[in-house]
Design a protein around this ligand. Structure first.
Ligand SMILES: [Zn+2]
Length: 347
């Protein structure tokens, strides 16, 4: 494993009081670049101990001042119920502000993944992040196109149904709810046969296929429980609403509450292009089983239509799925260079 500069930890508070964490690895003068993880994981997804060179080591070696955000979805922070609207409004601006305060940089770059990317794009579209100069969006941005099995769960209102009895779903062993977790494991084992890991099978039930097995080395697959943890039901409900709508919308509280909050029976859309005039590179794994590649294609095409083609790029990562983009054993050879090339091109 390559050596990293000593980690610099920054505790910060989102604008609604939720505690967040930034971890900085000062690799040089490039960036500063913010990394935003997905839901049900933590910033550790960018610095796996089980691959030869992880994404943070790669960025540092390339001279990037690298900042990892643990936002309110992080499994390293206390579990809470939240919508992606909350994260968009309160977490992302607070993180960028702190980075700018510490580095004195006028603007930052960002690499954002999955639900973290969804929330980051909602934040940008709403005008909260004018000081982000360019972004690499991994797998999803403002359009949410999911595989048929996920769409079926969303149409059946599965997250809403489970929310009556459960606060969260978790892939790991859960000492607080051992009976439920064992039953969930048995059920998930019945549905998946790719391997003999119940953690892996629960993950597939929760998110669809997160990675192509052939892309993960054995140790990474055996130690998945170190990366993943509980995801709260309110976030699942919001993600399911967006999957049904096909694009980013504010949380649907029901007609009456929507009218009170939004002045309209329907929650507002985030498809507002005016704040998205900045260089953006969209990346999709060709074989993504969590968010279909059409997700980034639609946002990319929509932005080109609305704002003109300048500055927008889209790349499809051949032979890759969703999370193996960062966690794959050969990602340092196949996908990290594509991300860094995009950052440099938009520097
Ligand atoms: Zn597996």
């Amino acid at each position: 494993m390559n050596t990293l500069p000593e980690a610099e930890r920054h505790e910060l508070t989102a604008d609604d009081g939720v505690p967040l964490q930034l971890t900085r690895y000062q690799g040089g003068a490039k960036g500063p670049v913010l990394l935003v993880h997905g839901a049900g994981v933590w910033s550790g997804m960018f610095m796996l101990p089980t691959v030869k060179e992880n994404f943070v080591q790669y960025l540092v070696r390339q001279g990037y001042d690298t900042w990892l955000l643990d936002w309110r979805a992080s499994v390293e922070l206390p579990l809470r119920q939240f919508t992606l609207d909350d994260a968009a409004r309160y977490d992302m601006p607070a993180a960028v502000r702190r980075m700018r305060e510490v580095t004195k940089a006028d603007s930052v770059q960002a690499v954002v993944h999955c639900a973290g990317s969804a929330a980051f794009f909602m934040s940008m579209a709403a005008g909260y992040l004018p000081d982000v100069r360019s972004v690499v969006a991994s797998q999803v941005a403002l359009h949410h196109i999911v595989p048929p099995a996920t769409q079926l769960k969303a149409m059946l209102r599965l997250p809403e149904t489970l929310d009556v009895a459960l606060d969260y779903l978790s892939p790991d062993e859960d000492p607080q709810n051992p009976v439920w977790q064992a039953a969930f494991g048995k059920f998930a084992d019945l549905l998946s046969h790719e391997c003999d890991s119940t953690v892996c099978h629960r993950l597939t039930f929760m998110y669809g296929h997160l990675y192509r097995h052939a892309r993960l080395n054995r140790e990474t697959h055996e130690r998945l429980d170190e990366q993943f943890g509980p995801c709260n039901m309110l976030t699942f409900r919001h993600l399911a609403q967006m999957a049904r709508a096909g694009h980013a919308v504010a949380f649907d509280y029901g007609k009456e509450e929507n009218r009170r909050r939004y002045g309209n029976a329907k929650p507002p859309s985030y498809l507002r292009p005016e704040h998205l005039r900045r260089p953006i590179t969209f990346l999709s794994g060709e074989q993504n089983g969590t968010y279909m590649p059409a997700s980034t294609e639609l946002t990319y095409e929509w932005l080109r239509e609305e704002n003109g083609a300048d500055g927008y790029q889209r790349k499809v990562l051949e032979g890759y799925g969703h999370l193996d983009t960062f966690m794959g054993s050969t990602a340092a050879r196949d996908t990290y260079p594509v991300i860094v090339e995009s950052l440099e091109g938009m520097a």
